[in-house]
Write a protein that binds this ligand. Structure first.
Ligand SMILES: [Zn+2]
Length: 485
C-alpha cells in the first residue's frame, strides 16, 4: 500500500491523498487549500497526476478543506464515481455551491479593483463556477453507510463513524490481506452533536489527522457554563450579541445550546437571528439526518420538535434583510458567518456594532493570529474593517471548548485499538506533529510525518521515501492547535 499526499501533508488544509493499493488508484478527499496567499495558490497547481487515471474518489466528510477541489478535478477530466455517505452528499452540495459563489465573487472584485486603480482588468479566473460544481455533484454516489463494506475497484472499503460533523466517516480499506485506516477528520468524544467515533478495528497502518494533537480541549460542561455566563452578561449589557460561526456543526451546536439555555431559563429569551443562508441549509440537513445524531437530538426530532430552533429564532436569508438588522434596536443574538471573520455577513455587523460599549462579541471558534478575529481576541483597541479603522468598545468573550476535532487524548484513544505501530501523521501543523511523535513513541508507536507530494510505502519500517523522523526534545507539548474547523 502506497500513499501520496497532495494536500494536508505538513499543513492543515487541502486534504487529498492518492492511494495505490491492491492494483487500484483511489483519491481519498479532494480538499481546498485555505489560508495565506502561497497556500491558496496551490489550488491552481496541477494535481500531480492525471485525474482520468483514477478508479474512484472517496470523500470522508463535507468540509471545504476535504471536498473543495472536487469541481477542479472534474474540470480537469475526472468522470468516475465519488463515494460518500448520504449526509456528506447533501452537505457537499451546500459547501461547493457556496465556494463557487465566493470564487466568482472574488474574481469579479479583483477585476473591479484593477479597473479602479487604472490597471489591466485581468484578475484571476475563478477556480471554478456553479456549472463545474453541478458536474461534480452528478458524480456523487452516496452509498457509504457506517459499518457496511462496499467494493471500490479492487478495494474493500468500510466507512465508520468519525464523530466530527454530520456524515463524517473514517475508512478501513482492505486489499490482498492488508488493512489500512484513513481517518479523515476525527471528532472530540463527548463533544457536540455527533456520537463518539467508533473504536477502530486492527490495521497494518493508520493515516491520522493531527489538527489538535498538541492540545487538550476544555471539558464540554465547563464550556457550556462559560457560554451561558457570557450570554447573561451580554444580555445585561443591552446591545447586540454577535456570534461569528461556521455554517456546519458549529452553527447547529450553538442553536441547539441556545434553545436549551433559553428553555431552562438560564439565559433570557432574546431574539436570535441566524444570518447565514448556508447555515440555514446545513441545519435542514442536520434535521433531516437527525437519526445520525446524539440521542437527545434524535429523541427531540422523533417527538416532532426542532432542537435547532430556539423559540425566538428568525432565519435571515437575503442580504437586504441582513443589512436591515443594523437598525434593529435592543438586545439580540446574531449568528453569522464566517466563523473566522475573514469574510461574510459578520463583517457588516462588526462594523456597525464593535464601537458600541453595549455590544458583545462571543467567539466560539479558533481565530488564527494576524486575522481580524485574532486581533480582536488578543485585545486590539482598533481594527481595520471594510476600509475603516473601527475602535473596539465591545466586550469580547472567547470560548475555546467548542472544537469539532479530536484532541490529543482522543487521538491516542483512537490509535490504542488499531494494534499497529505504523502511524502516519497528516492534517496538522508541522510543529504540532513533531511534538506528537515522542508522545506516540512513549506508547510504542512509530509516528512519521507524511511528506508532501512524495509517494511512501505505508508498510515500510524504515520509511525510505518519507521524511526522516524529527523529534523535538521535551516532547509532550500542549498548546492551542490551529484552525481546520
Ligand atoms: Zn473537517
Amino acid at each position: 500500500m502506497h500513499l501520496r499526499s497532495l494536500g494536508a501533508a505538513l499543513t492543515v488544509t487541502g486534504s487529498a491523498h492518492l492511494l495505490h493499493m491492491g492494483g487500484g488508484r483511489v483519491l481519498i478527499d479532494c480538499g481546498l487549500f485555505q489560508g495565506e496567499g502561497a497556500l491558496e495558490a496551490r489550488n491552481r497547481e496541477d494535481f500531480g497526476f492525471d485525474p482520468r487515471d483514477l478508479d474512484a474518489v472517496i470523500l470522508t466528510h463535507a468540509h471545504l478543506d476535504h471536498v473543495g477541489r472536487l469541481p477542479l478535478l472534474v474540470r480537469r477530466g475526472y468522470r468516475g464515481p465519488v463515494y460518500c455517505t448520504p449526509p456528506t452528499a447533501v452537505l457537499a452540495e451546500t459547501v461547493l455551491l457556496d465556494s463557487a459563489r465566493l470564487q466568482v465573487e472574488a474574481s469579479r472584485q479583483e477585476v473591479r479593483r484593477a479597473r479602479r486603480e487604472g490597471g489591466e482588468p485581468g484578475g484571476e479566473e475563478p477556480l471554478y463556477d456553479e456549472d463545474d460544481v453541478h458536474r461534480a455533484l452528478a458524480l456523487l454516489r452516496p452509498t457509504l453507510h457506517f459499518g457496511q463494506s462496499v467494493q471500490v475497484g479492487p478495494l474493500r472499503v468500510t466507512p465508520q463513524r468519525a464523530g466530527h460533523i454530520l456524515g463524517s466517516a473514517y475508512l478501513l480499506i482492505e486489499a490482498g490481506g492488508e488493512r489500512l485506516i484513513m481517518t479523515g477528520d476525527l471528532g472530540h468524544r463527548g463533544g457536540g452533536l455527533q456520537p463518539d467515533f467508533t473504536p477502530p478495528p486492527p490495521a497494518d497502518a493508520v493515516v491520522i489527522e493531527t489538527t489538535y494533537a498538541g492540545h487538550l480541549h476544555r471539558p464540554r460542561p465547563a464550556t457550556l457554563a462559560e457560554f451561558a455566563g457570557a450570554l447573561r452578561q451580554s444580555v445585561r449589557a443591552g446591545g447586540k450579541i454577535l456570534i461569528p460561526s461556521f455554517a456546519i456543526e458549529r452553527a447547529q451546536v450553538i442553536l441547539y445550546t441556545l434553545r436549551g439555555l433559553m428553555d431552562s431559563g438560564e439565559v433570557p429569551r432574546v431574539p436570535v437571528f441566524l444570518d447565514s443562508p448556508m447555515a440555514a441549509r446545513a441545519t435542514e440537513a442536520y434535521f433531516r439526518f437527525a437519526d445520525e445524531l446524539i440521542p437527545p437530538l434524535r429523541g427531540a426530532v422523533a417527538r416532532g420538535e426542532d432542537p435547532f430552533r430556539p423559540s425566538t429564532l428568525h432565519v435571515v436569508l437575503t442580504g437586504e434583510e441582513s443589512r436591515r438588522l443594523n437598525r434593529y434596536d435592543g438586545p439580540a443574538i446574531i449568528l453569522a458567518g464566517n466563523g473566522m471573520m475573514t469574510g461574510g455577513r459578520i463583517g457588516h455587523h462588526l462594523r456597525h456594532h464593535l464601537w458600541k460599549p453595549g455590544t458583545s462579541l462571543v467567539v466560539v471558534s479558533y481565530q488564527p493570529p494576524g486575522t481580524l478575529g485574532g486581533q480582536l481576541v488578543s485585545g486590539a483597541a482598533t481594527v481595520p474593517l471594510l476600509g475603516e479603522d473601527i475602535p473596539v468598545r465591545a466586550r469580547i468573550h472567547t470560548l475555546g471548548g467548542f472544537s469539532a476535532h479530536a484532541d490529543q487524548t482522543d487521538l491516542l484513544a483512537f490509535l490504542g485499538t488499531t494494534g499497529t505501530p505504523r502511524v502516519w501523521l497528516v492534517h496538522g501543523e508541522e510543529r504540532v506533529m513533531q511534538a506528537f511523535v515522542p508522545v506516540l513513541a512513549g506508547r510504542g508507536l512509530t509516528g512519521n510525518l507524511m511528506p508532501d507530494g512524495e509517494e511512501v510505502d505505508l508498510l515500510s519500517t524504515t520509511f525510505p521515501g518519507g521524511r526522516p523522523l524529527s523529534v523535538t526534545p521535551g516532547g509532550e507539548e500542549v498548546r492551542e492547535g490551529v484552525g481546520g474547523e
